[in-house]
Design a protein around this ligand. Sequence first.
Ligand code: MLT
Length: 387
Amino acid sequence: MTPIRHSKRLDKVPPFLFDELDKAKQKARASGKKVIDLAIGDPDLPTPSHIIESMRAAVTRPSNHQYPGYRGTAQLRRGIAAWFLRRYGVELDPETEILVLIGSKEGIGHLPFALIDPGDAVLVPDPGYPVYANTSILAGGEVRYFALREEESFLPRTEELSSLGKARLIFLNYPNNPTGAVAEKKELDKMVELAAATGAVICNDAAYNELTFDGFRSPSILECEGAMDCAIEIHSFSKTFNMTGWRIGFAVGNKDVLAALGRLKVNLDSSVFGAIQDAALSALSSNYDENLRAYEERRKLAFDWLSRLGCSFFRPKGSFYVWGRVPRDFSSVSFAVALLEKAGVSVAPGSGFGSNGEGWFRMALTRPGSEIAEGFQRISGLKLWTN
Ligand code: MLT
């Protein structure tokens, strides 16, 4: 039988990092290893019970068994507007400045298809979440990378972005994945000024905005003057409320950008199950302090272990990731492979986030403290940092 060929477009992007990591974990498990999964940022903490209760009730409502409306239910969009005003002091029009997404990844992935024409430049952080570059390439864009450097706290250099030429779209992500770096409002102000001066659109991926530590509170890019003219921001319920499997997020900001994204999406999907939207609305009335306390303990545990092992790492103020240096004589991939094969611990190789991630690894603190500690015990047995 002749194999069915896929489109040439698909060959332009590498295999998806987290899919590859899943396969490696499955293989290790099939060989009898008890794998401790610190590779993907998928919270182990439960979705708060009031969200589940609200879902239970919402599932029985007949109106939820029909199409929910393309841009998200009016109730959820109004709830998001109220939450945004409370949390960031930014007023949003629920009709035009809020769009419900099937998880933030879906919105990020479709945005280039809504905004760019073949050959348009898209500026993407390196290291960065692979979806920015991959979907820009699939949409025919020309990806130009800007570096995030440890010595600059993984913030972009404005001059470097300007030197990359005229871009249609700029992806930012603070608090940052994979490094955990955060951006003060004045840093975001600089990016908005740059976009306003060059006619680019900014998409700030704010999936980790509510996961910050050491007294830092992450601003929204929409707090910056002029941002509503050139920026959107993408938020997620996944990481804040432990709802990765529910697939719901939202985009806020410039109405023309959201109209374009919405115009694309009506051709592709019919929004999120109404019951999930009702449950998401009740999530917005929760506080997530308990989550933050759990991650604080895990951060302390991980920082102590890494210091004891002699591993140099970036001490992040945001996200639940730790970005560490691989030991001498290892590449990012050989280190991740060695950890999985010899210790049954899965971490993400830094190079999977771009060439500037080479020499680094990312650890997600999304397993219980006892498992994280066991993972470190196993890693310490390998004596990797002592040579
Ligand atoms: C990550 O681990 O970077 C993310 O959780 C993966 C994703 O959201 O797709």
